[in-house]
Design a protein around this ligand. Sequence first.
Ligand code: G6P
Length: 459
Amino acid sequence: MSRLIVVSNRVSAPKDPAAGSAGGLAMALSAALRKYDGLWFGWSGETVEHFTGELNIEDRAGVTVATVDLEPQDVDEYYNGYANKTLWPLFHHRVDLTAYERSYGEGYERTNRRFAEVLRPLLQPDDVIWVHDYHMIPMARDLRRLGVKNRIGFFLHTPWPARQLLVTLPHHRRLVESMFHFDLLGFQTREWMELFQRYVEVEAKGVVGEGGRVDAFGRSVQVGVFPIGIDVESFLAARDSLLGQKTYDRIAASAAFRSMIVGVDRLDYSKGLEQRLLGYEQFLEDNPSMRGGVFLLQVTPISRDDVDTYQDIRGRLDALAGRINGAYADMDWQPIRYLNRTFRRDQLAGIYRAARVGLVTPLRDGMNLVAKEYVAAQNPDDPGVLILSRFAGAAEQMGEALLVNPFSREELSDAIRTALTMPLQERRRKWKALMQVVRDTDVSHWRDQFVETMISSSH
Ligand code: G6P
């Protein structure tokens, strides 16, 4: 069997998978690498004064990890710059927050070249290479320039933007053209895939053929939809672990028969956190009799704190949570528990299980695995209700959730009320349908579909 080489900016194979506070990508990829022999390559997260390309190779819970340190200038221009100040906001339709600095694009190209040069000697002829996310879009082109002939696939964890917005990016054609050096391009949803195809048709006069083949720039690439999922069994085991149960009990004790609504998101403007708090405030305003009987636990670890737009949103959320608590709290009740920290996976599973409502309301999101984890963690006899943004990739699969427009505080308020008052029978029916989706498209399904399609797609 071929080896699988996973390439991503952040290599976060948890040292102890049960403990991992790691996000979806990390868990999914560790699971992929435990099945296929191979290694995971990417940035170490560390800097070194001058780039040497020296590899750090270690074993993390059965996964071989090879990382490389970057120069401070690479981190500024490639990671904080082009990846997080240019592509991330643009791909999440925040053209107002997108920075179009030439030096970021140059740093991105340089750093991708560096990654390709360091990876090249590690490759064997039969290896299958799987590149992840917006940090590494030009990777296949750079590897091909070094003579790499292996199969290379790309999976985009974020949304793909509408053509009308993508063309605001200088050199957008160069970026998209580089994608045609992959053998397979995977998107989370049909919607993102069709936006990509539309760009190619209009801007590159390309042709979208039968079975997802796209021809443009004198090349041809296979394109498909591969919705990412969670590792259901390991998540259930985390929920039922000692710490998972203890966390559940601890919340139940502190909730004192109040209904808990839960939100868990990296502190990111794409997650719709301000709109969510305003929607919750509207709910408190609209439903005076329900105040005091409910609270929102919002878990929001700080993310990408070197980027100014992230510092801004952090400040605004601090102020908003403080204002709502100040306005509505009573001596024995606080409407929002706002926490800037991470929890272990088993704790999170216990928290989700204790929550009557899961509030997942991003303004735009590639998939959103919190939605799937929330569903998986529920007690089948007395499940909670998922409120899900129609703009999360997950909405394409999870139509039985209460789908909302997260920009509307009235809609959020109404959905929270509906969720809190939903009869048991309806909760059970919805949960069953959602859980079926979560099980049918779990992480191994995603991994196997992608890898098998990559292996069978014509070169
Ligand atoms: C999103 C991206 C991932 C990224 C993660 C955490 O899920 O799709 O590629 O790793 O956010 O962001 P960070 O910048 O901390 O790696």
